[in-house]
Ligand binder design. Sequence first.
Ligand code: DC
Length: 221
Amino acid sequence: MKNINIAIDGPAGAGKSTIAKMVSKKLGYIYVDTGALYRTIALYITENNISDEDIENALPKAKVSLKFIDGAQRVFLGDRDVSDIIRTPEISMAASRTSAIPAVRAYLFETQQNIAKSNSVIMDGRDIGTVVLPDADVKIFLTASAEERANRRYKELAEKPDCPSYQEILDDIIKRDYQDMHRETAPLKQAEDAVLVDTTTLNLEESANEIVRIITEKIGE
Ligand code: DC
């Protein structure tokens, strides 16, 4: 049976990973979070104090890989599972910066394509439908207003110590959107053949159902 490739792109905080995970469970595909790869490179660069000029030569030493353990993705730097420690606001911002470097994108391109070649996947990121999987069977562009995305993030963090203010979260989101949409290489944009799903007024279950509906309509399952 042919592998099915689903691309889900969109800005930070639109709910891509949570929704893509729900959809992949419903359809029995592997969920691939490509942002984790960029975050891991950012962690490597930060921990080793690598300057912009040295990044290209340093990349092969980073040894970034993905493993799927009981269906859940874990990301490794060498032998170290870094899946949890790459989720800080500092690494989010660093990942947005390093992901603009063409050598970083070129380095991660093959890793992403190889996973999609040998599995049915739902892959989320910024350039999956436009660059990594231009022939994906279904492409979704998932978005929500910046205010609603900041609101969701604020609610998620509100219980934690040192929670940033709503305004700080919103400013971060707007800054990351700008960086991701305006970089020269593979900027975040909706592929011409992608279906736009705006989740501003939808909850997670409604968003996942809408995407399952779009996918089953396109691939006819
Ligand atoms: O999806 P995320 O927030 O974990 O992604 C972190 C950063 O990585 C994001 O600001 C942009 C970058 N990224 C990218 O450029 N291309 C991808 N396919 C995935 C993420």
